[in-house]
Design a protein around this ligand. Structure first.
Ligand SMILES: Cc1cc2nc3c(=O)[nH]c(=O)nc-3n(C[C@H](O)[C@H](O)[C@H](O)COP(=O)(O)O)c2cc1C
Length: 209
């Protein structure tokens, strides 16, 4: 399968086929692609919520600029950043590294210092912006994985994060919605499927020095 061909095949779907559901095997691969995304220091300051429940999604339509693909797609995914990262979170991450790589925890003292300084040195606003940027990288991985698996998707910022937090009770688990994606299969009559992709010319986009 050709990567560029698939990236040309994908587009931001406006109208999903409400009858089609993504096969579990494909969905798991797509979620794994998001999990495997790089993040600064590897901290992964976000979680990915998978929302199949139609009732929950129905409640979210009005908080999504009435974009009914939130309801009519196969799955709604919500990228949510951690509201904060504290010392216990940093310790948990260091333990994960030590456990995964079979390395002594003591060897990670230098990284611990760097992480504490880095996280502690950010204002709450800077932290939120930084964490969101990490989440968007995972969104990018996810969209590419969808394209390779011929699963349609639409990345979406057209929603009210605070309302999502309320409906999904995200603040109770220390999360804040930052970007969402709807996944599924394009409707046969989605007019956007036939539109040419609009991108600036490569000569303008790429600056070679
Ligand atoms: C971060 C982000 C947010 C977006 N939000 C929405 C949205 O709320 N609703 C929508 O229909 N499309 C949304 N889009 C889709 C873009 O409009 C679309 O990706 C862009 O026009 C390029 O077209 P293509 O993806 O079809 O190639 C969003 C895309 C991105 C990357």
């Amino acid at each position: 399968m050709d990567l560029l061909q698939q990236l040309g095949w994908r587009y931001a779907v406006k109208k999903f086929d409400p009858e089609r559901v993504i096969a579990a095997e494909h969905l798991e691969k797509i979620l794994e692609a998001a999990r495997l995304a790089p993040s600064a220091f590897g901290l992964q300051p976000y979680r990915l919520l998978v929302i199949a429940d139609k009732q929950v999604r129905e409640a979210l339509v009005e908080h999504s600029m009435h974009q009914d693909k939130v309801l009519n797609s196969s799955h709604l995914l919500v990228f949510a950043i951690r509201r904060e990262i504290n010392d216990a979170d940093i310790e948990q991450y260091l333990q994960l590294i030590a456990g995964t790589r079979d390395a002594p925890r003591e060897n990670l003292a230098g990284l611990e210092r760097i992480l504490r300084e880095f996280i502690g040195g950010m204002s709450p606003e800077n932290y939120r912006n930084w964490a969101s940027r990490q989440a968007y990288l995972a969104l990018g991985n996810l969209l590419t994985a969808c394209a390779l698996l011929q699963v349609d998707a639409c990345p979406m910022e057209g929603f009210v994060p605070a309302a999502y937090d309320r409906v999904l009770e995200l603040d109770q688990i220390g999360l804040a919605a930052t970007v969402i994606a709807t996944l599924g299969y394009r409707a046969a009559d989605d007019p956007y499927a036939r539109l040419r992709k609009v991108r600036m010319p490569k000569e303008e986009f790429v600056i070679r020095i």
